[in-house]
Design a binder for this molecule. Structure first.
Ligand code: HAM
Length: 443
């Protein structure tokens, strides 16, 4: 017989996986609400153009795109940021600022399947739009950190690597790259951690670097600078035009401002300045960051940054923006690795045990009455022996079993058994719902 499997990179969610997924989503939701974010959503299918317009090559090569039956070029969404930019751009004047929105949804990327990377994954996105001050960067980084902590992770198990495309842009400019070339150079820097040095050098040469080896060396040295003081000293000593140096040093003042807010929020143990991060998506304009696990395989848990031009470029009013996306796949793997996946208890409240057809109907009516009061009430569908039903009551995790045996029926009562203590009491059948609710509330 033919067996059908999920497509590569797609997952079935059996009930335990679904409860766990819901739990992760609930924590994301609760944490976002504590920061005053509102939930929104967009369509999973978008026009191809929206996604190809401004996200850059990396993501364009990973699209699940096709032509729909109306001849439109469409794609499943690989990320939510262009959708958000469109939505906010369309109503920019009507929305009170700052816009603080979050969303949890399924995204699709046609990637080579590997541990931590799937073709369908869920992503939690949180963004602040309409606020250009570093308080917005600090708040989204704060929400990122707090949501990982609320998922059960601790300082030392993950770190947010903080970098800056502005600083990089000014630095690249001082090395002689401008416009498109500078964007190309940022792309090379983004990949430097993953490709051999000769390849990076060749790519810089292709972009027009006069002395590719010296350029690569300057970039590699700059990447390693660990803090603002060292960056300042490096820039002060570097052979630079005065105007270029001033621009770079002025940017370091913005860095200090951001860092002071992160420190005030008590987040310093979670942040590491790391100029190796530049991010693969082309729309980022300022501070960028990625959260990585620091135990086990060191995979990325989340990534984000500032994208002040995207809304305008997609046809909306000019509006600064900053945010991040966090995936469910690496987060779940990491929680499993550090043995901190919650033990989710999926249990019944009440189990009804009966004997015979008449008792079944009475029990069924009571089960509905209890369900209407908000209790989870279950019973066997096939009239199994009472012994078997008691076993099922025990394995259902119910707090109480209600017994509808021949004696109970004859006396017009129901026996209510407290499953943990084994204590029993008889309740008049006519007062069953009120009595059970009162007992259940007592525990
Ligand atoms: P991203 O870095 O492409 O950023 O994705 C963010 C996170 O989504 C990653 O760190 C990872 O946890 C998860 N993720 C991405 N691709 C996959 C995959 N194939 N399988 C499993 N998980 C994956 C963005 O998407 C930006 N739009 C985030 C953003 C929001 N920037 C500003 N606002």
């Amino acid at each position: 017989m033919a067996t059908y499997k999920t497509l590569p990179g797609f997952r079935d969610f059996y009930p335990e996986d679904c409860s766990l997924r819901n739990h992760l989503f609930n924590v994301w939701r609760q944490t976002s609400k504590r920061f005053g974010f509102q939930e929104y959503d967009g369509p999973v299918l978008e026009s191809l153009e929206l996604l190809t317009a401004k996200s850059g090559e990396e993501i364009v090569g990973q699209l699940f795109n096709f032509e729909d039956k109306g001849g439109r070029q469409v794609t499943l969404r690989p990320e939510l940021t262009p959708t958000l930019a469109r939505m906010v751009g369309a109503k920019a004047n009507a929305l009170p600022r700052p816009v603080k929105w979050f969303s949890i949804g399924e995204n699709f990327r046609y990637e080579r399947q590997q541990k931590g990377r799937l073709r369908s994954f869920y992503q939690f996105n949180a963004d602040i739009l309409g606020e250009s001050g570093v308080i917005a960067d600090a708040e989204v980084i704060g929400l990122l950190v707090e949501s990982l902590c609320n998922q059960g992770l601790r300082a030392g198990e993950f770190v947010v690597r903080l970098s800056d495309r502005n600083l990089w842009y000014y630095f690249i400019e001082s090395l002689g790259f401008t416009g498109e070339q500078a964007m190309g150079a940022l792309g090379v820097i983004d990949k430097m951690e993953r490709v051999p040095a000769e390849k990076s050098q060749a790519a810089l040469a292709e972009l027009g670097a006069k002395d590719p080896a010296a350029t690569l060396k300057a970039i590699s040295d700059f990447q390693e600078l660990p803090d603002v003081c060292t960056i300042k000293a490096y820039l002060t000593n570097m052979d630079l035009e005065e105007s270029a140096r001033d621009k770079l040093l002025a940017r370091l003042d913005v860095w200090r401002e951001l860092l002071s807010l992160l420190i005030a929020a008590g987040l310093e143990n979670f942040i590491k300045i790391d100029l190796r991060i530049v991010r693969g998506l082309a729309y980022y304009t300022g501070f960028v960051f990625e959260a990585f696990q620091t135990v086990g395989k060191g995979r990325a848990l989340a990534g984000g940054g500032r994208y002040d031009d995207l809304i305008e470029k997609l046809g909306g009013a000019p509006m600064p923006a900053v945010g991040f996306g966090m995936g469910d796949v690496t987060l779940r793997d990491l929680l499993e690795e550090v043995d901190r996946l919650p033990k989710l208890i999926d249990k019944a409240d009440i189990y009804l045990v009966y004997s015979g057809d008449d008792a079944f109907k009475t029990a069924l009516a009571d089960a509905y009455a209890l369900r209407r009061q908000g209790l989870r009430a279950e019973l066997n569908y096939k009239g199994a022996g009472m012994g078997k039903q008691f076993k099922q009551a025990a394995s259902s995790g119910a707090d109480f079993a209600l017994v509808y045996g021949p004696d109970e029926l004859a006396k017009g009562i129901v026996t209510v058994k407290h499953m943990r203590s084994g204590e029993q009491q008889e309740v008049p059948a006519t007062q069953l719902v009120g009595s059970v609710l009162a007992l259940w509330r007592e525990g």
